[in-house]
Design a protein around this ligand. Structure first.
Ligand SMILES: Nc1ncnc2c1ncn2[C@@H]1O[C@H](COP(=O)(O)OP(=O)(O)OP(=O)(O)O)[C@@H](O)[C@H]1O
Ligand SMILES: O=C(O)c1ccc[n+]([C@@H]2O[C@H](COP(=O)([O-])O)[C@@H](O)[C@H]2O)c1
Length: 213
């Protein structure tokens, strides 16, 4: 399967520790980059793949076109260990549980870690087959301004309380058998795509500006 239209020449080799940051990235922002760099370091990952989603199944509002969001991400990120991918478009998956199953099938010897902000830990119990996600892959959670408490009090944190690694053991997460999750604190960046869109910064506007140059 030709599964990455935007990133040529990257290889995932057996034994690699690879973080997966799924998101709308509508538009991508410095908060995404900050948590990615922090995840690479704290979870001792070899790579992080941004899975730029065709559309969050829980969001009624459709995002900007995927190509615009990929281009905007490319303009923001230039790092040898960060891969940008439209895997979900190419694999035809929409729900995270399906995407992760497909990735595991394609790369059976890679140690994947699902990454997300604390806002998503607080609501992952609403996702399709959320327990399959938690039971099949370690999960790294990055603190997000104002959401640490909601994450700690979440359904997922309660159901999987015994599977939680302390922040001091974050470096072991990628090699821990699922279920395993770890919430790390970090210097937080108070940015969200919602606020950026409200201020007129869309992925499409970025592309239009780049074309004018
Ligand atoms: N500032 C941030 N701090 C921590 N995690 C973040 C931050 N921004 C985004 N994330 C996480 O990155 C992933 C992708 O985020 P997403 O593309 O939805 O951006 P967003 O800013 O949350 O967008 P929106 O406001 O439209 O929901 C999610 O897991 C989200 O929790
Ligand atoms: O699989 C689901 O049911 C599901 C529900 C909501 C969100 N997700 C995924 O969570 C990631 C973050 O979504 P978003 O829109 O908050 O950036 C992205 O990869 C989505 O596909 C997945």
């Amino acid at each position: 399967m030709r599964w990455n239209a935007y990133e040529t020449g990257f290889r995932l080799t057996p034994g690699m520790r690879v973080g997966l940051l799924g998101g709308s990235f509508d538009p991508p922002h410095a908060g995404h980059l900050r948590i990615t760099l922090e995840a690479l370091r704290r979870f001792r990952l070899d790579r992080v793949i941004w899975l730029v989603s065709p559309g969050n199944p829980l969001k009624a509002r459709g995002p900007a076109p995927l190509d615009d969001r990929m281009l905007a991400a490319r303009a923001l990120v230039d790092h040898p260990r960060i891969i940008l991918s439209d895997f979900e478009r190419l694999a035809g998956t929409r729900y995270t549980a399906d995407t992760l199953a497909e990735l595991r099938r394609s790369f059976p010897a890679v140690n994947f870690v699902w990454l997300m902000g604390a806002d998503n830990l607080a609501q992952i119990h609403r996702w399709d087959h959320w327990r399959t996600i938690m039971d099949s892959m370690p999960v790294g959670v990055l603190a997000r301004p104002g959401l640490r408490m909601a994450a700690r009090a979440s359904v997922a944190a309660g159901v999987y309380r015994k599977a939680r690694l302390p922040g001091t053991a974050a470096g072991l997460l990628a090699r821990s058998p699922a279920p395993a999750w770890c919430l790390v604190n970090l210097p937080m960046v108070n940015l969200s795509s919602t606020e950026l869109r409200a201020a007129g910064h869309s992925a499409g506007a970025h592309v239009a500006k780049a074309r004018k140059k």
